[in-house]
Design a protein around this ligand. Structure first.
Ligand SMILES: Nc1ncnc2c1ncn2[C@@H]1O[C@H](COP(=O)(O)OP(=O)(O)OP(=O)(O)O)[C@@H](O)[C@H]1O
Ligand code: SF4
Ligand SMILES: [Mg+2]
Length: 329
């Protein structure tokens, strides 16, 4: 049994000037104590997937497909049950820490609120004890429980966010761009904190990022997203050693020290297409150096090759017939 499995997940946003397909037919799975990196450019649908896992999408979102968490479908779970999962079983660190921390509340009280959402009768001493321990475990002195968010540096604020997210010992932590607004040194420190959590607490994680290099040492699996599709999915080492999708190659080439023979890819230009009126066929075709006639007309299916899944016509005929056309994207 997987801890988490997304099956044919599609999410649209209804807007005044048309529907926007933020996520299209995405499928992936995550085992117990595994970490998945969801990687892609800005606007490709990463946060939308993150929010859907907790069923906290904006009101104009429409979702299809299944999200199985320990075999329960989050998409159709009664509100009461999903509320009891949030924070306790599945927890999230949001892209912007300042929007999730209450600026006029001492950190201590923000911990208390988290506890009380699930354990109304918990005593204050116990809440302080657990909060202090978790703060200590990620390098913050427990005396800081008395402080307000503005009294912390950006990096420490992010640590507080992480502490709040893990204080109830969830099985799954979703971290959406946990280091975006931080400088490089602090970014690495936060990544180290997440790595320790993974090792010591045996937590599963979904790490959302645009920076494949930053998460490579932490994640076990990688999902590469492009314009709402999951274009490649597999084990992190095999993707690093032998990226299959042309877009994955582009992402890897942009990481210093990763050497790939096909250097012409370095010069790919262009932007993510509009998700309201995407190009016909493969959405990557206007930027792809390997584009073929079929790519401009038909959306490629997802082929499975040696445990790897890749949504690209280049691999037609190479896939394992017994497992043909799995739906990763
Ligand atoms: N509430 C909304 N209404 C309409 N469109 C939205 C809404 N939220 C997100 N979008 C659009 O959906 C697409 C996917 O957005 P999403 O935030 O999931 O991308 P992302 O990959 O997380 O990007 P980033 O790296 O910038 O955080 C984008 O085109 C975005 O503009
Ligand atoms: S399907 Fe065609 S255009 Fe799309 S990534 Fe593959 S080769 Fe490039
Ligand atoms: Mg985002």
């Amino acid at each position: 049994m997987s801890l988490l499995e997304a099956r044919d997940l599609s999410i649209e946003y209804l807007t005044r000037d048309g529907n926007l397909k933020a996520v299209e037919n995405v499928s992936f799975s995550l085992g117990f104590h595994e970490t998945l990196g969801l990687v892609g450019e800005s606007g490709c649908g990463k946060s939308t997937i993150g929010l859907s896992l907790l069923r906290i999408l904006p009101i104009n979102a429409r979702m299809k497909g299944k999200i199985l968490y320990k075999e329960k479908d989050i998409a159709i779970l009664p509100e009461e049950e999903i509320r009891s999962l949030r924070g306790k079983e599945i927890s999230m660190i949001f892209q912007d820490p300042m929007t999730s921390l209450d600026p006029i509340m001492r950190i201590k009280n923000q911990f208390f609120e988290t506890f009380r959402a699930h354990f109304q009768k918990m005593k204050e001493e116990e809440m302080i004890k657990i909060s202090s321990d978790v703060l200590k475990s990620i390098g913050i002195d427990p005396s800081r429980l008395e402080n307000y968010p503005f009294e912390f540096s950006g990096g420490m604020r992010q640590r507080v966010m992480i502490a709040l997210a893990i204080v109830l010992n969830p099985s799954l932590l979703i971290a959406d761009e946990p280091t975006t607004s931080l400088d490089v040194v602090v970014q690495l420190q936060i990544m180290e904190v997440l790595k320790e959590l993974k090792d010591k607490r045996n937590m599963s994680m979904v790490l959302i990022t645009h920076d494949l290099g930053l998460v490579a040492e932490i994640v076990d699996k990688v999902g590469i997203m492009y314009a709402g599709n999951l274009v490649e999915f597999g084990d992190v080492n095999s993707i690093y050693e032998n990226p299959l999708h042309p877009y994955t190659r582009l992402l890897l080439i942009s990481i210093p020290n990763v050497k790939l023979e096909d250097m012409e890819l370095k010069y790919i230009k262009g932007n993510l297409p509009s998700l309201k009126s995407p190009p016909a066929g493969c959405k990557f075709h206007p930027r792809c150096p390997f584009v073929m006639d079929v790519c401009t007309k038909e959306d490629p299916p997802t082929f499975e090759i040696n445990e790897r899944k890749v949504k690209c016509w280049l691999y037609e005929g190479e896939h394992d017939e017994s497992k043909s056309e799995t739906n990763i994207g």
